[in-house]
Design a protein around this ligand. Structure first.
Ligand SMILES: [Zn+2]
Length: 313
């Protein structure tokens, strides 16, 4: 078992044990965080956590959540451990999504990255925007980010001045939130012609259709909201935004080894035991090459992550 695989699996198991115990005694039930109603069907009936689908807006969400979801990311040691195991690379190279963001923002004044983690995106965008800053709840993470990347990372979003950002990024954030009230503030912070970029796991992706409850996206208490196109529209409308564009990335997110292991009891998406031989590696590389060249998954709206650009209504 490789060291990284072992660490990741142990990490998820620990978090899971903690969450299940907490939920049993202190879990709180919530209504649909978009519509506020209690009218849903069970989604993913075999999943570890009870995911339901709102009958009105189509959001798939965990019904019973941790009582301290809001402070969980700030001071939960189990959660923090995942970040301690992260290997941070200091490279200037923009990832494909960052390139897409850059391409669509014409007015590159002030940029805000909410829940910026170590602040790598801020570091990448430093030379492209007038100013960049981030919000991160966890002090351990933000300190490393400030020291390593030399970027401004603070904690309290409420003290930031309204109408002062041209670009606000929430990358892999929205799926973690107990309530979306944060977006009232995001709306205020945004300039009249500013843009909000949101990236999150996509409920209707090809990989979710194949793996269902076995997908890593729905394997922990961390991802409590899973969006599709319909629920995103309802969400944007509620918080006074208009969708400028909504698409999926081009990521298949299912390895060939996943296919081979899917039925096994110890299957763990992205971290299973089967090693690639040359033949299967070649097939995998060819498939990826084909998908990249054709942009097929994105065209078919089946990629693993949603990428949404919002503007003020
Ligand atoms: Zn709803």
């Amino acid at each position: 078992m490789s060291n990284t695989r072992e660490k990741t699996i142990n990490y998820f198991n620990d978090l899971d044990t903690f969450a299940r115990k907490e939920l049993k005694y202190h879990g709180i039930k919530r209504n649909c965080p978009i519509c506020g109603i209690d009218n849903q069907d069970i989604a993913l009936p075999k999943a570890k956590y009870v995911f339901v689908k709102c009958k009105k807006c189509g959001l798939t969400y965990i019904k019973n959540i941790l009582p301290d979801t809001d402070t969980f990311y700030e001071n939960n040691k189990k959660y923090e451990e995942g970040w301690r195991n992260t290997n941070i690379q200091k490279t200037k190279e923009l990832d494909p999504q960052e390139k897409r963001i850059l391409k669509s923002v014409k007015n590159r004044g002030n940029l805000l990255d909410i829940w910026c983690g170590f602040g790598r995106t801020l570091y990448h965008f430093k030379d492209y925007f007038g100013s960049v800053e981030g919000i991160e709840l966890n002090e351990y993470i933000s300190k490393i980010g400030r020291d390593l990347f030399g970027v401004k990372i603070t904690k309290d979003i409420e003290v930031l001045e309204d109408s002062s950002y041209d670009c606000i990024i929430l990358h892999q954030v929205i799926e973690h939130l107990a309530s979306f009230d944060l977006f009232k503030k995001v709306h205020k912070l945004l300039n009249k012609d500013g843009k909000v970029f949101i990236g999150c796991p996509f409920m209707d992706s090809l990989s979710m259709r194949i793996l269902k409850q076995k997908h890593i996206h729905v394997q922990s208490i961390a991802h409590i909201n899973m969006f599709n196109f319909k629920s995103f529209k309802a969400f944007a409308k509620k918080y006074g935004f208009k969708i400028e564009s909504i698409k999926t990335d081009n990521n298949i997110d299912v390895r060939l080894s996943d296919f081979l292991c899917i039925k096994k009891g110890n299957f763990f998406h992205r971290h299973n035991r089967i090693r690639f031989n040359r033949f299967s590696s070649a097939i995998f590389l060819l498939t990826n090459f084909f998908l990249e060249k054709t942009n097929l998954l994105s065209k078919m709206k089946l990629g693993s992550y949603l990428e949404v650009v919002l503007v003020k209504e």
